[in-house]
Every structure is written in structure tokens, then in C-alpha cells.
Design a binder for this molecule. Structure first.
Ligand code: BF8
Length: 630
């Protein structure tokens, strides 16, 4: 096998943009040109519009805003506000999942598919399970989880999953997240006019608000999605635009909440609707995913992944999308007007994400079955409206094996070494691989695409470099799809690895890049780090493990970065987090002996040059090995 090249993918995009030009479509590529150059104050985090006296902008001549806030205060306020938005967004997704769990019933739209996991979590939370009906337990757990969002006292239940050392740090530094909503609300309170202007306090709260996401809301989202839709196991799928089928009804699911996409996938298999598709002249119904929804349905059903964030307009430009069905987050408002240039129906389903030029079909757990049926039917009936002269599906399609939940990774590794006892699996074999040097370490590559970086180049170049250096890579979000699109999740991609990693991939029968899910599923990575720490005796900050988001763009990504750092994992960014306007903030967040390092034993590094980024990360892995004497 050969990996796809950037040139191949870019050529395919150019061809699609030609179709777009014919029908008068707008494109993100054009809008980037229109928006360039960007506002320097905004880029550096130096514009404050938290009150109506401004906006105030910091310059050497005007070093303070009208209220007297300095650059550090303004940059840190903006940063905390950005974090709070990301934490709220992930956590609200988690809350929706808990509400859906509350609606589960035998034979209903939503059911408990992994009762064992539900019982395991119930025991963890001290809930009696003996003799309880599984649905009564699901409702009880859903209610308890929902209380995590607003409980008046105490801290997040999930924190107990962390190693003791990490828990002690959180307590000592006073960043244990209390109720999830409280941390978001408190962050907004702190950034209100006349509250905090001390960078140190604002940035510390950004760690806490991030933890409320990763060890709170996102963990609820991931764990209870697994309970309802099944805990992912390795499954084969395909990726890139070539997964769309010329002769089939193509339904694109895009967004994040699996409650919608699970239902669409279910009804796309309905014999009656398939028969209707055939009557309409199609060979069948093909569901493909975009963004994190793609990750969710690929991990659980092997549904093909059409593309990541900056590929979302391309699916419409193929002229072969009968419907783009979206829920929340990372959806370009551009999809509405773009769909109007084609026959594509752009269907919004959430009151939280309503957009012009869309058809709004409100989706909730009670009407999920009926509405999903109607949406699939609408797409099928739209097949006849295709304009054949506009149809062009690029010939880009790769094989991928996905579905590496923590449970799945542990099982795969432990089975090979036979070290497990009574179906209790551990990460000891992985620890041994790292200790012996067969694997030098691990990197979690996560996050988005961003036009500031050549699309997917940050992800792919880093991944290739790490594989060559025997560093195993785990991925989520749009980074995961980048890997899949280019062929790095094909098990054959082990040929691009160093000898050690190649041997592990062969023995364990895994691809060198492990797909751990959507961005909400970075909570899985936290659990993995916690378990490796417990199985190795190393503190999390000592493990040769790093986090990286080379092409990030969203508020959610900043929230993630904060909880990854707060968990003790050094994190590397390829795009600046709007903090360059304050040396003081940069020192707190990135300094070798800055406050982040002192508080949580980890920090950020920002490096725009991908090759340099790879080099500093490999050096950091080696330095961590030396520090623990391996
Ligand atoms: O949550 S990686 S572009 S799709 S924000 Fe969005 Fe970024 Fe993709 Fe998923 Ni995550």
C-alpha cells in the first residue's frame, strides 16, 4: 500500500471547486482570502470587548484599557472566556446524552446496549445494582449524572478515576472541578467587567473549567454513549470522499451527538426505505459521516468517513449528497447556501444549532425514530433531483480499522501476552513495551483543521515522524479522520513504522494509529493515561506521553488542551491560542518553570513549524524516558 499524497487530495479539491464555480458556490478557500490579513489585536488576544466602554485595544501607546486592565489581564480574560465556551459545549453534549439515557426503555428508540458497562459505572459511583432492572438502573444513573452538572456541594465523581498523585495535585492547587455548570458560570463571572484582571487567577480557572469538561461533561458523554450505543471494538471501515456512492442515495451525517446519527444509521437499513430507494432508481442507501459524528458511527458500525472539518463543503460539491443532516458543533453556516446550489437538502435538527437556508426538523429522544425515518425518506425521494452533469466523486478511498476504546486497546494488548487473569485486562504489556524501549512512548494527536495550516499536513507529517521513531499514536476528532483519509489506519501502514512499533502492530494486529473516537472521547485518553500510570507506578507527568493539536481551531480544543495539561500531560499546539500579546501569560502557560508546570507538572508549547514541532516532541519523549531511568 501507498499513502495518499497532499497533492492528490488537493487536486481532487480543485476539481470540486471547479464545479462550485460553475454553480456560483462560495468556498472557505475564498472566504479565507477575503478575511486575510487578520486583525492583529484579535490574533494576539489584545482586544477587549467585555464591556461597552470599548472595544479597547492594547498598543505600546495605550498599554491599558479604559478600566485600567493591562495586556496580561485582557489576554487571560479572553483565554478563560474561550475555554468556558468549549467546556460548556462539550459538557452540554454530555448532558444531552444523559437525558437520552433517561429516556431509554426496552424496545424503545434508545436502549442499553452495554449493560455490563452501566453496572461497572454504577459500582464505581456506589450505586446498588443487585436485583435492579437494567432500565431502572439506567434512569437512576442518568439522574445522578445530570446532578453532576449542578450539584451544590462536592467535586466531580469521575475524578476518582485519576491516580492518587493527580487527585492530590488537583486538591492542593484548588482546581478540582465542582459542578460542571458552576465552573462554566464561574468562569464567565470572573471575566465580567470589574472582576478578575489577574492573569494567574484567570488562567488557573481555565484549568479548572477544562477539567470540568474532560473529567466531567465529556466523560459523561463518552461513558453513557457507550452504555447506550455500545462500547467500540475494532471494526473495518473506509475513508475519504470516495466513500460516497454514485449510484446510491448518499446521506451525510455531520456534527457530534450520536443520538441523531445512530437513528439515521438504523433507518438507512430499513427494508421499506431501501425498497423505496430502489424504486427511485438508486441501488440503495449509503450513510457517510463528517467530523466527529463520522467518528462516532465509524467506531460503532463501520460507517464510512467522508471527511473532516475542512472537507465538509466538499461533500456537497460532489453533487451526490442527497441530504446533509446535522446536529451540533463544527457545522459551517456556509452549508445552507452551498446546498442551495445543488439538489442537496441541508437539514438542521437541534434548537442549539439553527442556520439560514436549512430545513429544521427538531429532533429529541421522544420523536427520534419517527423523525429519523422521515429524514431518510426525504433524502431517498431527493435522489431523482440530482443533476448528473454536476456529479463528480473523487476517486479517493482508503481502508481503516477503527474502534479502539480503552477497553478494546487493553484487550488487544493483553490477549497477546496472555497476562490477563479472569478476563481482567491491564496495561502492563504496554508499559513493558515502553520500559524495554520497543516503543519509545506515545503521543495523542487530536483536534481540527485550520486554514492557517495546509489541510491535514500538520497531522500527517507529525504522525509519520512519530511512527518512524517507534512512538505509538492515538487519535481522535478530525486528526483521526486525517489519519484514516491518508491511509495511516490501514493495518498495512505498519510498514511505515520503526522496527519496534512494527513488531507490536504485527503481534497485536493493530494499525499503528489508534482511533479512539470523537473529541468528547479525549476523556478516553485521560482514562488510558490514568490506567497506564497505575499499572506502571509512574506519575502521569512522568510517562513518555504527550498531547498535540497541530491544526486546532475551536473553543472546545482549548478546553481540551487545558484538561490535558491539568492532567499532567505536556501539550503541543501548532496554532497560537491568542496569547502572544502577553509575555506574562505565555510564561505562566509555556514557561519551563512557569506556573502551569509548577501547579500541574505540565505545560503548553506552541510551535508553528511542523518539522520543529516533531523534533521537540521526540526530544521531550526521550527526556521523559531519561528522567525515569528507562
Ligand atoms: O469536536 S476536531 S473541527 S469536529 S472541534 Fe470540530 Fe475540531 Fe473536528 Fe469534533 Ni473536535
Amino acid at each position: 500500500m501507498e499513502l495518499l499524497t497532499f497533492e492528490q487530495v488537493e487536486k481532487a479539491t480543485e476539481r470540486l471547486l471547479e464545479t462550485g464555480a460553475k454553480v456560483g458556490a462560495d468556498s472557505w478557500q475564498q472566504r479565507v482570502k477575503n478575511q486575510t490579513p487578520h486583525c492583529k489585536f484579535g490574533e494576539q488576544g489584545l482586544c477587549c470587548k467585555f464591556c461597552a466602554m470599548g472595544p479597547c485595544r492594547i498598543t505600546p501607546k495605550a498599554p491599558k484599557g479604559i478600566c485600567g486592565c493591562d495586556a496580561a489581564g485582557i489576554v487571560a480574560r479572553n483565554y478563560l472566556n474561550f475555554t468556558a465556551s468549549g467546556s460548556a459545549t462539550h459538557s452540554d453534549h454530555g448532558r444531552e446524552i444523559c437525558h437520552t439515557l433517561y429516556q431509554t426503555k426496552e424496545g424503545g428508540n434508545y436502549q442499553v446496549k452495554d449493560p455490563e458497562k452501566l453496572i461497572r459505572i454504577a459500582h464505581e459511583w456506589g450505586v446498588e445494582t443487585e436485583g435492579k432492572d437494567i432500565y431502572d438502573l439506567a434512569h437512576e444513573m442518568a439522574e445522578l449524572a445530570l446532578l453532576e452538572y449542578g450539584k451544590p456541594f462536592g467535586v466531580q465523581r469521575w475524578l476518582k478515576r485519576a491516580p492518587e498523585h493527580t487527585q492530590e495535585i488537583w486538591k492542593k492547587v484548588d482546581i478540582e472541578p465542582r459542578a460542571i455548570d458552576r465552573e462554566v458560570s464561574c468562569s464567565l463571572h470572573m471575566t465580567h467587567m470589574g472582576c478578575s484582571s489577574k492573569a494567574e487567577a484567570l488562567l488557573k480557572q481555565s484549568l479548572r473549567a477544562g477539567l470540568a469538561d474532560g473529567w466531567g461533561g465529556s466523560m459523561c458523554g463518552t461513558e453513557f454513549s457507550d452504555v447506550m450505543f455500545g462500547t467500540p471494538k475494532p471494526v473495518d471501515t473506509t475513508a475519504n470522499l470516495g466513500v460516497m456512492e454514485k449510484d446510491m442515495v448518499n446521506i451525510i451525517v455531520h456534527g457530534h451527538d450520536p443520538s441523531l446519527s445512530e437513528m439515521i444509521v438504523f433507518y438507512a437499513q430499513d427494508p421499506e426505505l431501501i425498497a423505496l430507494a430502489k424504486a427511485e432508481g438508486a441501488k440503495g442507501i449509503n450513510v457517510c459521516g463528517v467530523c466527529c459524528t463520522a467518528n462516532e458511527v465509524a467506531m460503532r458500525h463501520g460507517i464510512p468517513m467522508a471527511g473532516n472539518f475542512l472537507q465538509q463543503e466538499n461533500v456537497v460539491l460532489t453533487g451526490a449528497a442527497e441530504a446533509v443532516v446535522v446536529d451540533v458543533q463544527c457545522i459551517f453556516p456556509a452549508l445552507g447556501p452551498l446546498s442551495k446550489c445543488f439538489h442537496t437538502k441541508f437539514i438542521t435538527t437541534s434548537p442549539i444549532a439553527q442556520m439560514p437556508d436549512s430545513e429544521f426538523i427538531r429532533f429529541n429522544p421522544e420523536n427520534a425514530g419517527e423523525n429519523a425515518y422521515n429524514i431518510v425518506k426525504m433524502a431517498v425521494e431527493n435522489f431523482k433531483n440530482r443533476k448528473p452533469e454536476l456529479v463528480h466523486i473523487p476517486d479517493l478511498k482508503t481502508k481503516a480499522t477503527v474502534g479502539y476504546s480503552v477497553e478494546a486497546i487493553k484487550k488487544c494488548l493483553d490477549r497477546v501476552t496472555n497476562s490477563h487473569v479472569d478476563e481482567t485486562y491491564t496495561f502492563k504489556p504496554l508499559v513493558e513495551c515502553i520500559r524495554s524501549g520497543v516503543l519509545r512512548g506515545a503521543v495523542a494527536i487530536v483536534g481540527c483543521n485550520n486554514p492557517k495550516v495546509r489541510t491535514d499536513e500538520g497531522h500527517i507529517r507529525l504522525m509519520k515522524k512519530f511512527l518512524e521513531n517507534d512512538i505509538i499514536v492515538a487519535v481522535t476528532g478530525c486528526a483521526a479522520q486525517a489519519a484514516a483519509k491518508y491511509g495511516l489506519m490501514d493495518k498495512e501502514a505498519k510498514k511505515f513504522c520503526g522496527a519496534g512499533l512494527r513488531r507490536v502492530c504485527t503481534l497485536v494486529d493493530i494499525p499503528p494509529i489508534l482511533h479512539m473516537g470523537s473529541c468528547v472521547d479525549i476523556s478516553r485518553m485521560m482514562i488510558l493515561a490514568a490506567e497506564v500510570s497505575k499499572d506502571s507506578g509512574w506519575n502521569i507527568s512522568e510517562i513518555p506521553l504527550l498531547g498535540c493539536a497541530p491544526e486546532w481551531m475551536s473553543q472546545k480544543a482549548v478546553s481540551i488542551g487545558n484538561y490535558v495539561v491539568a492532567t499532567g500531560i505536556d501539550t503541543y499546539l501548532g496554532v497560537d491560542p491568542y496569547t502572544a500579546g502577553s509575555k506574562e501569560c505565555e510564561e505562566i502557560m509555556q514557561g519551563e518553570n512557569g506556573l502551569f508546570k509548577q501547579w500541574v507538572e505540565a505545560k503548553y508549547t506552541v510551535e508553528h513549524d511542523i518539522d520543529k514541532l516533531a523534533d521537540v516532541m521526540i526530544e521531550a519523549i526521550e527526556a521523559k524516558r531519561t528522567a525515569i531511568g528507562i
